[in-house]
Design a binder for this molecule. Structure first.
Ligand code: F6P
Length: 368
């Protein structure tokens, strides 16, 4: 019987439990044994009871649970060859040579390297006398398939990462709450949202809440952004708005690459010589990441989980490590490293200050 293991890695995201549920059940449906690797790469390295066989009923109710119930961790040991050797030992000992990983681009890149290194890891296990060549024979090829779980929506090549729409919905709910109090006091709020180096959450939250002004890393404002923001806010106030919402991506920078902090924006809005607005800062933080998945993320997790199981069973030594994406509403398999390379190009474009290229690589339409 083929044994397929599923793990979650990197920062958790809403929908990860839906992924695990779909993979476990699809694997069982296709006559395979399903395993979960608990605590991300930590579980792969430590093995033992962190790699557990799962039954159909073990994942009952998981669609509506937030976070990841099988845990996740940032694991330093996996960066070392000895850690990856232990991981290979644990997989072979359990008879597993097919792994589905749901995580961000860093976690998925690690998985691709592990797969490439697999033959040399097996060789070392054989040379150490831990397994015989005959014992290793059925596990000569490791098949890995990636699923992108992240609230940041920062992987190029997919329209949406699993979790981003849940985080966006949470941000919008929070801004609705803030708006009520902002209106009451006629105040301004600087709302800082997550996203690491990606501005998707800030940009879409701005559109969805009708924010007065936004800052994102991929398209820093021109050098006169201070005057620009103040004149936009002043104009909105003159139109009769009693509340001002400025959304700031946590990775927001100016055209010189310097971070724009919430305090800088607040001081500007509050400057008595300028707008003089009574201003507060709200950093939304991890409420954006926790909590249950919206319907879209549950659907994405389920459809992509099913596809990941099919892909890992169809993979051969000649196929690339696949990542499952969604493009124009279709679930697609793509070479993982192509998507990772395209993502790296965004960072390079930002460094070169080629903002149009950065936005194009993010597949995001944007006009000033
Ligand atoms: O990648 C997801 C994310 O939530 C980012 O938006 C954020 O920058 C980061 O993780 C926070 O990481 P941590 O939970 O380790 O503080």
């Amino acid at each position: 019987k083929k044994k397929i293991a599923i793990m979650t890695s990197g920062g958790d995201s809403p929908g990860m439990n839906g992924v695990v549920r779909a993979c476990v059940r699809m694997a069982i449906h296709l006559g395979c044994d399903a395993y979960c690797i608990y605590e991300g790469y930590e579980g792969l390295v430590r093995g033992g009871d962190l790699i557990r066989k799962m039954e159909w009923q073990d994942v009952r109710g998981w669609l509506s649970e937030g976070g990841t119930l099988i845990g996740t961790a940032r694991c330093m040991a996996f960066y070392e060859r000895s850690g990856r050797l232990a991981a290979a030992r644990n997989l072979v000992a359990q008879g597993i040579d097919a792994v589905i990983i749901c995580g961000g681009d860093g976690s998925l890149t690690g998985a691709d390297r592990f797969r490439a290194e697999w033959p040399s890891l097996l060789k070392e296990l054989e040379e150490n006398g831990e397994f015989t060549a005959a014992q290793l024979e059925p596990y000569r090829h490791l098949n890995i398939v990636g699923l992108v779980g992240s609230i940041d929506n920062d992987l190029s090549g997919t329209d949406a990462t699993i979790g981003c729409y849940s985080a966006l919905a949470r941000i919008c709910q929070c801004i609705d709450l803030i708006e009520a109090t902002a209106y009451s006091h006629s105040r301004a709020f600087v709302v800082e949202v997550m996203g690491r180096h990606c501005g998707w959450l800030a940009l879409m939250a701005g559109v969805a809440t009708g924010a007065d002004f936004i800052f994102i890393p991929e398209r820093p404002r021109p050098d006169n952004w201070r005057e620009e923001m103040c004149s936009v806010v002043e104009h909105h106030r003159k139109l009769g708005k009693r509340k001002t919402i400025v959304i700031l991506a946590e990775g927001a920078i100016d055209r010189q690459g310097n971070r724009i902090s919430p305090e800088m924006v607040k001081d500007l809005l509050a400057d008595p010589k300028g707008l003089g607005l009574d201003t507060r800062i709200t950093t939304l933080g991890h409420v954006q990441r926790g909590g249950t998945a919206v319907a879209y993320d549950r659907m994405l997790a389920t459809l992509q989980g099913v596809e990941a199981v099919k892909a890992v069973l169809e993979a051969t030594p000649d196929t690339p490590t696949w990542v499952i994406t969604i493009n124009e509403n279709k679930i697609v398999r793509k070479p993982l490293m192509e998507a990772v390379q395209a993502t790296k190009k965004v960072a390079q474009a930002i460094k070169r200050q080629d903002w149009d290229e950065a936005m194009a690589l993010r597949d995001t339409e944007f006009s000033e």
